[in-house]
Design a protein around this ligand. Structure first.
Ligand SMILES: C[S@@+](CC[C@H](N)C(=O)[O-])C[C@H]1O[C@@H](n2cnc3c(N)ncnc32)[C@H](O)[C@@H]1O
Length: 270
């Protein structure tokens, strides 16, 4: 197949950006070239130009799902960024519960990939003796990642940070795979939600804590601002947004106030 030309790359990049917020820098052209080559082969299209044409003018809503699977990076693992998890379970949860008449919190893992993040939150709450009546909402744009999340079967890479008492209690080793216990699986409900799709985002409201970690790094500032403003709307007053440890909302929002707890930054809606 003919290599991806500069002009077609730019058009594909703009299309992906418009639909998902993901911005692909010039230096990552090779990534798009290789990831989309598989789609073009599967669709039996002859070139990147044909594929672009199909996305723009074909009846391509199914292809959009495949495109999102192809362009997203789904890297994640259980107990990722444990300092934040500690602040979540030992500070935010007790503080929110003490100020509430009800003992139930609404939690959302807003780019959950293959499920390790929301399942980690669920295990932490269980260990602290919290009942999880309101299921934890977990969402992602990648249908492939969500399907895998619902299966709840993991490899040794995903579970490498799981403390041994959790591993014993909540996983069953089956050959080379670790199967998550239904006790945890049943506490999470999955949805396909695109962080820059206003209609979908407006379906979620009244959240106490939102985790949106390690996804905004793939967006440009315009898309970050849009997603963060929609996340803000989904929070209750006093609710918290947690982004990745290496991310910042500097110049992205003034509405969410940064708070530092045990060296961890969390953002609170006033
Ligand atoms: C690197 S993973 C992070 C997973 C998890 N939050 C963590 O920190 O381990 C990024 C996830 O963001 C998802 N994503 C990318 N763009 C998105 C969008 N516009 N809406 C929702 N999810 C998106 C990807 O599909 C991917 O699963």
């Amino acid at each position: 197949m003919k290599p991806l030309s500069e002009a077609t790359f730019k058009q594909l990049r703009d299309f992906i950006h418009e639909k998902s917020g993901i911005f692909i820098a010039d230096s990552k052209k090779y990534l798009i070239e290789s990831r989309l080559a598989k789609r073009i082969e599967e669709k039996k299209l002859g070139s990147y130009e044909d594929y672009l044409y199909y996305l723009l003018y074909g009846n391509s809503s199914d292809e959009l799902i495949k495109l999102f699977d192809a362009v997203t990076t789904n890297e994640t693992f259980f107990f990722r960024e444990s300092q934040q998890l500690d602040v979540f379970v030992n500070h935010l949860v007790p503080s929110l519960l003490s100020s509430k008449a009800s003992k139930e919190l609404s939690l959302w893992s807003a780019a959950c990939s293959t499920g390790e993040e929301p399942y980690t939150l669920s295990m932490l709450l269980m260990e602290k003796g919290h009942s999880i009546k309101n299921k934890i909402l977990a969402s992602d744009i990648s249908e492939g990642a969500l399907e895998s999340a619902k299966r709840g079967i993991y490899n040794s890479y995903s579970i490498r940070n799981v403390p041994s008492q959790y591993l014993k209690k909540y996983f069953k080793l089956n050959g080379q795979s670790y199967e998550l216990s239904p006790i945890i699986k049943n506490t999470v409900k999955f949805m396909n939600i695109n962080l820059v799709d206003e209609k979908k985002m407006k379906l979620v409201s009244g959240m106490d804590i939102i985790f949106c970690r390690n996804v905004l790094i793939y967006f440009d500032d315009k898309a970050k601002k849009k997603a963060v403003s929609l996340l803000y709307d989904s929070l209750k007053p006093g609710g918290y947004l947690i982004i990745g440890m290496s991310e910042s909302l500097h110049n992205i929002t003034r509405a969410l106030k940064p708070l530092v707890i045990n060296k961890v930054v969390v953002y609170q809606r006033a």
